[in-house]
Design a protein around this ligand. Structure first.
Ligand code: PGA
Length: 253
């Protein structure tokens, strides 16, 4: 049985005050969540605050991105060692916003996965097709290409050190969630593709769904056999909504 992981991707949102309030709200409700792992990925600047406020709780935190470099003249970048220094467990790599807005390609994302893993962080690898790609019927091709870039660089066993998040780009921040059937189909495809290379890795690997997940659609998504939690954007900014999703994941176990 895989333990679901619900992770909040706060994106570029928050202030010292709102982070304090959000984390206090999550901490107040986390006692009821005992079967699902719950994590938050704040913007870099709030990671020290998360570290302080989450000390002594079961809630890990992580970054939303990292550099492929270890140190030096890379203005504006943050290294894996720095995330570790501030207690991060996770780091998101290859989010579609990084791919589309900042030109991150499959090779760069694979390198980020490798650098995170080598440092001892758990990468959350995001994959997913655009609306245009879905309509063209190339969803599986796209997801396979994104996945294979990491497998080619790191080997199949490396996937066991991370998490995969299937996030159809057309569902992110749009209010348009994939149906549980649409999501399950791609999750099963991902797991199946990994299984042909390593059944043990495929069985243990957590595959989150991401894209307009909310408390009222989370339960039916989590009920699907290959959906192991969620990567939550908008709904992770309100403690009540985020906890509602965590509860749905918790109840699905
Ligand atoms: P959303 O974002 O929940 O706001 O759709 C998900 C994500 O981008 O990780």
């Amino acid at each position: 049985m895989r333990q679901p992981l619900v992770a909040g991707n706060w994106k570029m949102n928050g202030s010292v005050g709102s982070v304090r309030e959000l984390l206090a709200g999550i901490k107040a409700g986390i006692g009821a969540i005992d079967k699902c792992e719950v994590a938050v990925c704040p913007p870099y600047i709030f990671i020290p605050q998360a570290q302080t406020e989450l000390a002594g709780t079961p809630i890990p935190w992580g970054g939303q991105n990292l550099s492929t470099e270890t140190s030096g003249a890379f203005t504006g970048e943050v290294a894996a060692s720095m995330l570790l220094d501030f207690g991060c467990t996770y780091v998101i790599v290859g989010h579609s916003e990084r791919r589309t807005l900042y030109g991150e390609d499959d090779a760069l994302v694979a390198k980020k996965f490798a650098v995170a893993r080598a440092a001892g962080l758990k990468p959350i690898l995001c994959v997913g097709e655009t609306l245009d790609e879905r309509e063209k019927g190339v969803t599986e091709e796209v997801v396979a290409r994104q996945l294979d870039a990491v497998i080619k660089l790191e080997g199949i066993k490396a996937l066991a050190d991370g998490v995969i998040a299937y996030e159809p780009v057309w569902a992110i921040g749009t209010g348009k969630t994939a149906t549980p059937e649409q999501a399950q189909e791609v999750h099963a495809f991902i797991r199946g593709r990994i299984k042909t290379r390593d059944a043990g890795v495929a069985e243990k690997l957590r595959i989150q769904y991401g894209g307009s997940m909310k408390p009222d659609n989370a339960a039916e998504l989590m009920a699907k056999p290959d959906i192991d939690g969620g990567l939550i954007g908008g709904a992770s900014l309100k403690a009540k909504d985020f906890l509602g999703i965590c509860k749905a994941a918790n109840d699905s176990v």
